[in-house]
Design a protein around this ligand. Structure first.
Ligand code: COA
Length: 175
């Protein structure tokens, strides 16, 4: 089932989304505070989307679509959930930079967390964020995530080590 926020729709990713995904993954502004991985061809990204196992409890990958015009602008994922723990990890990025600063990520994170708590019956959602990624940190705090620990020098970018936070959100804390 798709999930709807006020501004975005979260839906399954299609092989035809591969070109967008490839472009985002090769945009240094988008990837600034994320692990870039190694270069891939668009064909390889498409194959990955084609062959990826279907979404399930342990790994739900959503494309983030703007509700008003159905434009795909990014993705959000809940992964690593196990029935024994009820804890999943959230990742988000918006690859279409002209959509930054307009509330889409806040709505996408909130909608994904709602999905996690209501549909998946999760107890907790966690994430890691580079301490200098102020926009992302602000979005997470706004929806209710709290800092649970600071990991020293765990992310390297532009010749410098950066600390990261682990943040957590319990069911009932989503704002
Ligand atoms: C980080 C990211 C998800 C934010 O998306 P977005 O759509 O711009 O987020 P929103 O518009 O919902 O909210 C951004 C908030 O951060 C604030 N913000 C933006 N830049 C900021 C900065 N440098 N310092 C502090 N706050 C900042 C905005 O004012 C806004 O807050 P407000 O709604 O209270 O005014 C998006 O920029 C992105 O995908 N970046 C690249 C990938 C990435 O870093 N992902 C997160 C990995 S942990």
């Amino acid at each position: 089932m798709n999930a709807f926020g006020d501004l975005v729709k979260l839906r399954a990713m299609e092989p035809s989304d591969a070109e967008s995904l490839w472009q985002w993954n090769h945009d240094s502004d988008v990837m600034r505070w994320m692990n870039e991985g190694y270069p891939q061809t668009p064909a390889r990204v498409r194959k990955w989307l084609e062959e990826r196992p279907r979404n399930d409890y342990g790994d739900v990958l959503f494309g983030v679509e703007v509700l008003s015009d159905a434009k795909l602008i990014g993705l959000v994922q809940l992964h690593g959930a196990k029935p024994e723990t009820g804890i999943a990890v959230l990742d988000i990025y918006l690859g279409e930079k002209e959509y930054w600063g307009k509330g889409f990520a806040t709505d996408a994170v909130r909608t994904a967390c709602q999905y996690g708590f209501e549909k998946m019956r999760l107890h907790k959602i966690t994430l890691t964020v580079v301490a200098d990624n102020q926009a992302a940190h602000h979005v997470y705090q706004k929806v209710g995530f709290v800092e649970e620990g600071r990991l020293r020098q765990t992310f390297r970018r532009d010749g410098r080590w950066h600390d990261t936070y682990t943040m957590g959100l319990l069911e009932g804390e989503l704002r």
